[in-house]
Design a protein around this ligand. Structure first.
Ligand code: UTP
Length: 288
């Protein structure tokens, strides 16, 4: 079985729901407590054994590339000032040389198109996709849990999270066939189904492991909902030929793509911070 070595992180979206904060800063660089949102997602990928990350970027996203680089002057200053702890943290953000690539999506034509832009770097092997809008707190991380299911099934895998039954009409949900623990064989996906006839309450949550054949479908995928080239449309075509499993992961997802979701993510990550979590709890209580 081919190991999952590469991951695509699409970061070319415009982030209109969190404007004006994202007017001159990529939303992926907004701090969630003590680090940029994107750092949590990169850490989740590395923990799952990913060796190479492909960012699909767009205009105004240069700050992401700079963040994952060495910062010579800053490091020299911290060293001169004997700030060893901070220096170590700053250096830890710099990846192994050659382990990150950046490709441009010249126009935001949709998530499916963004993933397709990574095709030459990914090649034919199965790979992971992590939407950096969604931060997931969990030990092991969500992608590590998915890799385990991939290794058991050698199939496409997507992450799902249960949502209240009367809210399924806000989500894309899966159509399950059978369940074995957290692993669910599935036959389809439905975007925003009416509450009365939704096939499940298991919402698709921004993490995927897909076989390389997805690129064949993305190649000629017509625009779908919102006039954008949708990843889910191409996945539905792949599903007609290959098995798909969903994983109901153990963890808490935070949707950072909206203002209130971002607030929730910040509070959640602060409360779970290893060194500062307890103090953060006191600070939050004092504000309330
Ligand atoms: P979203 O639609 O949630 O992100 O896309 P957005 O477009 O940045 O957000 P709003 O709606 O304007 O506030 C989900 C993911 O797909 C990426 C986004 O960067 C995000 O990570 N994406 C979306 C692209 O990379 N390119 C696109 O053309 C569309």
């Amino acid at each position: 079985m081919t190991k999952i070595r590469k991951a695509v992180l699409p970061v070319a979206g415009l982030g209109t729901r969190v404007l004006p904060a994202t007017k001159s800063i990529p939303k992926e660089m907004l701090p969630v407590f003590d680090r940029p949102a994107i750092q949590y997602v990169v850490d989740e990928a590395l923990e799952a054994g990913i060796e190479h990350i492909v960012f699909v970027t767009g205009r105004n996203k240069a700050a992401i590339e700079d963040y994952f680089d060495s910062a010579y002057e800053l490091e020299a200053t911290l060293e001169a000032k004997n700030k060893a702890d901070i220096l170590e943290e700053v250096r830890a953000t710099c990846p192994k040389a050659g382990s990150m690539s950046f490709v441009r999506q010249q126009a935001p034509l949709g998530l499916g198109h963004a993933i397709w832009c990574a095709r030459d770097i990914i090649g034919e092997d199965p790979f992971a996709i992590l939407l950096p809008d969604v931060l997931i707190q969990g030990k092991p991380g969500c992608l590590a849990q998915m890799v385990e299911v991939y290794e058991q099934t050698n199939s496409n895998v997507i992450a799902v999270d249960p949502v209240p039954a009367d809210e399924v009409n806000k989500y894309g949900v899966i159509d399950p066939i059978e369940r074995q623990g957290a692993m669910i064989r599935m036959r389809g996906m439905v975007e925003k189904p009416p509450v009365a006839n939704a096939p499940s309450n298991l919402a698709i949550t921004g993490r995927y492991i897909l076989k390389g054949e997805i690129f064949r479908f993305l190649e000629d995928q017509a625009a779908g909902a919102g006039g954008e080239i949708q990843l889910t449309d191409a996945m539905a075509r792949l599903m007609a030929q290959q098995d798909f499993y969903a994983v109901e992961f153990d963890g808490t997802p935070y949707d950072c793509g909206s203002k209130l979701g971002y607030l929730r993510a910040t509070v959640g990550m602060a409360l779970h911070h290893l060194a500062l979590g307890d103090t953060a709890r006191d600070v939050i209580k004092s504000v309330l």
